[in-house]
Design a protein around this ligand. Structure first.
Ligand SMILES: Cc1cc2nc3c(=O)[nH]c(=O)nc-3n(C[C@H](O)[C@H](O)[C@H](O)COP(=O)(O)OP(=O)(O)OC[C@H]3O[C@@H](n4cnc5c(N)ncnc54)[C@H](O)[C@@H]3O)c2cc1C
Length: 574
């Protein structure tokens, strides 16, 4: 064997060892999920729930991962089949068998059924974290949409709609379950929902006929569609929108008076079909009071989707960090493992601390968000949830785009190869997810409007202050000491946006969004670091909090605590 050949063999063996080191169970490989659940809702961690997460973690790392890889291959993507064999119009989406394999793993975890019970949002999100480690996987967007239909029907749906659809929506059986889609966006604009011009015409029996066109229709083959449409004689803008439920088929099985024009050829989330749909008299039912359509969709659907979106991107970021860290351990360059290079350590540390922060913050927010939706939150808690949900959607998505990109950088050329790792697909999915449920600009514009209307930020800063004040360990001292001045500084900068015209305030808030979120994320990570279930403190989380602070808040309020490189080494844990 020549020298060159033995090097090639060794190089390939390193790659094989990296492949072999990939986790067989995401729940076990990512202890942060169980640690965060034990912090946020210790009562949820029953032996049965842990066993279900463990089973799901194994299924996601094996069956789901394989199915998602297969159903994302260009030749396996969903196709539109308009007619059946004898020429009846069906408007069916034809999916590769691996699409159904993925769906079975995701729905049979029972994540939708959790939403029937108080505290269920957090438990549903725990399952969703694990499936999101495989990227969109064809069903993650539909899961979020289905959750929105469950939430809105449970809160304001008529008894008939609830009885007809909730059992199917909550079902754990992939075969018999119902899934959902939500269509707001029209060709003239997605952010400007009030510009929508699809119409709902009343019918004699109290139902409506929908006419018009929706431009982005994800999960185009869904059993149930929740959509906005203008009710008759309503005002312009969002107040003239009703919210309607449309079943895919009419009794007898024919399509419900709609035509899918085509499926979109997308950058990411490619195995999940997104179409353009013409509604030509689709039979629909109002969900909640007709004139409250926009309020209903925001309160019960979009705010919830923003939290599912945050977990979808967090799962992808956790996976990217895990793939990159294991690669760094196995890949060698210039005679040693790349894990020993400071610049690689820096990449992995950033990935790990950003992904961890996104997870801990979003899961910590979930119980309060559920209370806000159920109407049992205090006024302060509602303000906190509104502010934090929008901020968190913006920042988790941004960090996930950056994290998946860092993952690609860590793998070098191999990072850019679709068949080599999940990273290119995760990165493409993240770019799409950043647009969903409100673009960053639009969410910052909403935050600007909220700030102009009142003191919504007080609840956010009070929450963050309380978290820092509760820290007591020596290791957390730099954070506890630096927090009051940082909070005062950011609160003052945010307050100053009130004096700006709305559009300029939007931009100023966008620029502040990462440091603001990092302040909160550092507080939640540090809280986890001091959490002590069974005498098991989480010192890594405290180090991650410091690391996160220095990268995202350092430039605004100053860095804290120890040697930057040593901190990165500890957080990268290579
Ligand atoms: C793959 C995919 C699937 C989708 N699926 C669905 C779906 O199932 N249902 C659905 O309803 N929608 C869906 N969408 C649409 C998505 O929600 C919209 O793309 C998004 O809301 C933005 O709307 P838009 O594309 O019309 O952009 P626009 O609203 O035209 O925005 C263009 C740019 O202008 C900025 N902008 C707009 N308004 C403001 C403002 N006030 N201040 C500052 N900047 C502003 C935006 O941030 C953006 O950068 C999907 C999109 C994609 C890519």
């Amino acid at each position: 064997m020549t020298q060159a050949t033995s090097r090639i063999t060794a190089g390939r063996a390193d790659l094989a060892a990296w492949k072999a080191a990939q986790p067989a169970n995401f729940f076990r490989a990512e202890p942060l999920l169980a640690q965060t659940l034990s912090l946020v809702a210790p009562e949820s961690l029953t032996p049965d729930f842990i066993a279900r997460l463990d089973t799901h973690g194994a299924a996601c790392a094996t069956e789901l991962d394989e199915a998602a890889t297969i159903n994302n291959r260009p030749w396996n993507l969903p196709r539109l089949e308009r007619y059946d064999a004898i020429g009846n119009r069906t408007e069916e989406i034809e999916n590769h068998p691996s699409y159904h394999d993925a769906g079975r793993v995701i729905y049979e975890s029972g994540l939708m059924g959790e939403l029937a019970h108080e505290g269920g949002l957090l438990r549903s999100l725990a399952f969703f974290t694990l499936s999101s480690m495989c990227g969109e996987a064809a069903h993650n967007c539909p899961v979020a949409c289905t959750a929105g239909i469950i939430s809105s029907l449970s809160a304001v749906g008529s008894p008939e709609l609830r009885a007809a659809y909730l059992p199917g929506l909550l079902s754990r059986s992939y075969k018999t379950r119902l899934d959902g889609a939500q269509f707001l966006t029209e060709v003239q604009g997605g952010s400007d929902v009030g510009a929508g011009d699809t119409r709902a015409l009343p019918l004699a029996d109290g139902s409506f006929a929908i006419h018009g066109e929706k431009w982005f229709c994800s999960n185009a083959g869904a059993d149930l569609i929740l959509m906005t449409a203008r009710y008759p004689d309503g005002p312009e803008g969002t107040s003239g929108l009703g919210l309607f439920l449309v079943a895919k088929t009419l009794p007898g099985g024919a399509p419900n008076h709609f035509v899918i024009r085509r499926l979109k050829d997308k950058l990411g989330t490619r195995s999940m079909p997104s179409g353009e749909i013409d509604f030509q008299g689709a039979i629909a039912h109002s969900v909640g009071p007709l004139r409250d359509g926009f309020k209903t969709v925001m309160r019960y659907v979009i705010n919830l989707s923003r939290i599912y979106n945050a977990i979808a991107v967090t799962g992808a970021a956790l996976r990217a960090a895990s793939v990159a860290a294991s690669y760094a351990r196995h890949r060698r360059a210039f005679g040693g493992p790349i894990a020993e290079y400071a610049s690689v350590i820096d990449l992995v540390a950033a990935m790990r601390s950003d992904a961890a922060a996104s997870l801990v913050a979003t899961l910590s927010l979930a119980p309060a968000a559920e209370r806000a939706m159920r109407g049992t939150a205090s006024a302060d808690e509602q303000s906190f949830v509104r502010f934090a949900t929008n901020l968190n959607k913006v920042v988790t998505a941004r960090l996930a785009v950056e994290t998946t990109l860092r993952g690609i950088e860590t793998l070098g050329g191999n990072g850019a190869i679709e068949s080599f790792s999940i990273l290119p697909r995760l990165h493409r999915d993240m770019i799409v997810c950043e647009n969903w449920e409100g673009t960053p600009n639009v969410l910052c514009a909403q935050m600007a409007r909220d700030l102009h209307r009142g003191r919504i930020d007080d609840a956010f800063f009070a929450h963050v202050s309380a978290r820092f004040e509760a820290l007591s360990s020596e290791a957390a001292r730099p954070l506890a000491e630096a927090a009051p001045a940082a909070i005062a500084e950011l609160a003052a900068r945010l307050d100053a946006t009130r004096a700006l015209p709305h559009d300029r305030a939007t931009l100023a808030i966008k620029r502040l969004s990462v440091p603001l979120a990092a302040l909160w994320y550092a507080a939640e990570l540090a809280r986890l670091g001091e959490h002590d279930p069974d005498g098991q403190k989480q010192p890594w989380a405290l180090q991650a909090a410091l690391h996160l602070w220095n990268r995202h808040l350092g430039p605004t309020v100053g860095a804290i605590g120890g040697d930057e490189y040593e901190l990165a080494r500890a957080v990268a844990a290579l």
